[in-house]
Design a protein around this ligand. Structure first.
Ligand SMILES: NC(=O)C1=CN([C@@H]2O[C@H](COP(=O)(O)OP(=O)(O)OC[C@H]3O[C@@H](n4cnc5c(N)ncnc54)[C@H](OP(=O)(O)O)[C@@H]3O)[C@@H](O)[C@H]2O)C=CC1
Ligand SMILES: O=C([O-])CC(=O)C(=O)O
Length: 443
C-alpha cells in the first residue's frame, strides 16, 4: 500500500479528547512489515509532513507526523503504525515532550514480557510525559509471536509509545538502547544439569553483552532477569567492558517484594508498612531475606515479630522457595509479579529513594562495604538519587546468623562463576556446584 495514501490532520487537547479518538482519525496504512525479519537502518530524513494529534499532557499539543516518501518496505526497523514518525522540531516547539527513551527487551515474546511491555508503554516507569521506544528481541522460533506482541501494542494506542521495532539480531535491536531488560533465557528442563543451564544461557548473555558493548548507549542500564540471573549478569558485564559494571543488575526485586509480603502477613499489617528489606546474594534458594535490618512501621522487625524461630526458619524458606510454590499452583513460573518487580526495580533507579529506606538489587560487588567477595553479582541494599545510578547502603547490621547465610550464598555464586570462566574471560571452566544450588522455582 502506498504511503501517500496516509492522511491524517487533527490537533486536539488531551484534556478533552482521548488519544483513542485522536488515533481513530488516522487512515491506517501499515503495510504489516511481517516479512521483514530484521531491523537494519534508521528512518531517513526525506519526509513530507501531515498533522495528527498525539497529546500526552494537559496542554494542547500539535505534533507533526513525518510521512516517509519512500516505500515502507525499505523501512523495516519499525513495526506497523509505529513507522508513522513525528517531527521532533515541532515537538521541541511545544516544550511538552521529553527526549525519547529507548528500551530494549529480550525474550519479548515470552510470558513475563507479555505483562511488562504494556506496563512500560502505559508510562508506569518513566511517567505520563515521557515518550518511549520499545525495541523487541526475539528469535527465529519466536518471531511470529513477536509480531503478535507488536500488533497488540499497536492496538493499545498508547500515546507515549512512539516506536516499536522487532528483530532477532541483538546488534540491531540494542542499538542506542538506554535501558535493556534481558529476560529471554532457556528454561531448565527435566533432567538438565544446572551446569548445562549455566553454559547454554551463559552463551546467550555473553553474546548479548558483546552486542550491548558495541551498539547500546554507553551508559545503558541493564537488568538481567533470565536465570540464573546473577551469573548471567556477571557474564554480560564481563563481555561489555565499555559499559560501567555498575550499570548491570540482576533482578532480585521480586524476592524483596515476596519477603515484604510475608512479613506483612505475619505482623498483620498492610505491606506498605514494611521497609528496608534487603535480599542478600543469589536469586536462588540460598538467597538471604534480611529480617535483621528490615522494619515494620519504622521499627525493627524483631520488635514487632517476636517469633524468632519463624523468622529464622519459616520466613527465610518461604521466601527462598516462593517461586517453586507458585509454579506448583500455576504450572509455570511467576510472570505478572516478575513484570511488576521489573517496573519496581526500574522506578527505584529513576526516582529518589525515600529518606531512610532502600531497595535490593543484584549488583557488581567490587568496592562493597560488607566484605563480600569481589567480582561477582550479589544482591545488596541500594539507594538512588533517581538519576539511574545507585549507591550501596552503609549503615546495615550484619550479625553472626546473617554473616553465615551470606557466606553460603556467596559460596554458591563463586562456584557458579567458576562454571562460566570460559564465558567471562577467566580461563577454563571448572564446574563443581553445591548440591543445593537451585532456582527459586526448583524445589
Ligand atoms: N529473576 C527473577 O526474579 C525471575 C526470573 N525468571 C526467569 O525469566 C526468564 C523468562 O521467563 P518467562 O518470560 O516466564 O519465560 P518464557 O518461557 O515465557 O520466555 C522465555 C523466552 O526466552 C527465550 N529463549 C532464549 N533462549 C531460549 C532457548 N534456548 N530455548 C527456549 N527459549 C529461549 C524465548 O524467546 P526467544 O525464542 O525469542 O529467544 C522465550 O520467549 C526465565 O529464565 C525465568 O527463569 C522468572 C521469574 C522471576
Ligand atoms: O525459577 C524460576 O524460573 C522462577 C523464578 O526465578 C522465580 O519465581 O523467582
Amino acid at each position: 500500500m502506498a504511503v501517500a495514501e496516509f492522511a491524517a490532520t487533527s490537533s486536539t487537547s488531551y484534556a478533552k479528547t482521548s488519544h483513542h479518538h485522536c488515533s481513530s482519525q488516522l487512515s491506517y496504512v501499515s503495510n504489516r512489515l511481517s516479512h521483514h525479519r530484521k531491523i537494519n537502518f534508521r528512518p531517513h530524513a526525506r519526509t513530507q509532513n501531515a498533522k495528527i494529534c498525539c497529546s500526552v499532557t494537559s496542554k494542547e499539543v500539535q505534533a507533526t507526523v513525518a510521512i516517509p516518501t519512500q516505500d515502507l518496505k525499505k523501512k523495516p526497523e519499525c513495526y506497523g503504525v509505529f513507522c508513522l514518525t513525528y517531527d521532533l522540531r515541532a515537538e521541541e516547539e511545544t516544550k511538552s515532550w521529553k527526549k525519547l527513551i529507548n528500551i530494549a527487551v529480550s525474550g519479548a515474546a515470552g510470558t513475563i514480557s507479555n505483562h511488562l511491555l504494556f506496563k512500560l508503554a502505559s508510562g508506569e516507569v518513566f511517567g505520563p510525559d515521557q515518550p518511549i521506544a520499545l525495541k523487541l528481541l526475539g528469535s527465529e522460533r519466536s518471531f511470529q509471536a513477536l509480531e503478535g506482541v507488536a500488533m497488540e501494542l499497536e492496538d493499545s494506542l498508547y500515546p507515549l509509545l512512539r516506536e516499536v521495532s522487532i528483530g532477532i539480531d541483538p546488534y540491531e535491536v540494542f542499538q542506542d538502547a538506554d535501558w535493556t531488560l534481558l529476560i529471554g533465557a532457556k528454561p531448565r528442563g527435566p533432567g538438565m544439569e544446572r551446569a548445562a543451564l549455566l553454559d547454554i544461557n551463559g552463551k546467550i548473555f555473553a553474546d548479548q553483552g558483546k552486542a550491548l558493548n558495541a551498539v547500546a548507549s554507553p551508559n545503558v542500564k541493564v537488568i538481567v532477569v533470565g536465570n540464573p540471573c546473577n551469573t548471567n549478569a556477571l557474564i554480560c558485564l564481563k563481555n561489555a567492558p565499555n559499559i560501567p559494571a555498575k550499570n548491570f543488575h540482576a533482578l532480585t526485586r521480586l524476592d524483596e517484594n515476596r519477603a515484604k509480603c510475608q512479613l506483612a502477613l505475619k505482623a498483620g499489617v498492610f505491606y506498605d508498612k514494611v521497609s528496608n528489606m534487603t535480599i542478600w546474594g543469589n536469586h536462588s534458594t540460598t538467597q538471604v531475606p534480611d529480617f535483621l535490618n528490615a522494619r515494620i512501621n519504622g521499627l525493627p522487625v524483631k520488635e514487632v515479630i517476636k517469633d524468632t524461630k519463624w523468622l529464622e526458619e519459616d520466613f527465610t524458606e518461604i521466601v527462598q522457595k516462593r517461586g517453586g510454590a507458585l509454579i506448583q499452583k500455576w504450572g509455570r513460573s511467576s510472570a505478572a509479579s516478575t513484570a511488576v518487580s521489573i517496573v519496581d526495580a526500574m522506578k527505584s533507579l529513576v526516582t529518589p529513594t525515600p529518606e531512610g529506606d532502600w531497595f535490593s538489587s543484584g549488583v557488581y560487588t567490587n568496592g562493597n562495604p560488607y566484605g563480600i567477595a569481589e567480582d561477582i553479582v550479589f544482591s545488596m541494599p541500594c539507594r538512588s538519587k533517581g538519576d539511574g545510578d545507585y549507591e550501596l547502603v552503609k549503615d546495615v547490621i550484619i550479625d553472626d546468623f546473617l554473616r553465615a547465610r551470606i557466606k553460603k550464598t556467596e559460596a554458591e555464586l563463586l562456584a557458579e562463576k567458576k562454571c562460566v570462566a570460559h564465558l567471562t574471560g577467566d580461563g577454563i571452566a571448572v564446574c563443581d556446584l553445591p548440591e543445593d544450588t537451585m532456582l527459586p522455582g526448583e524445589m
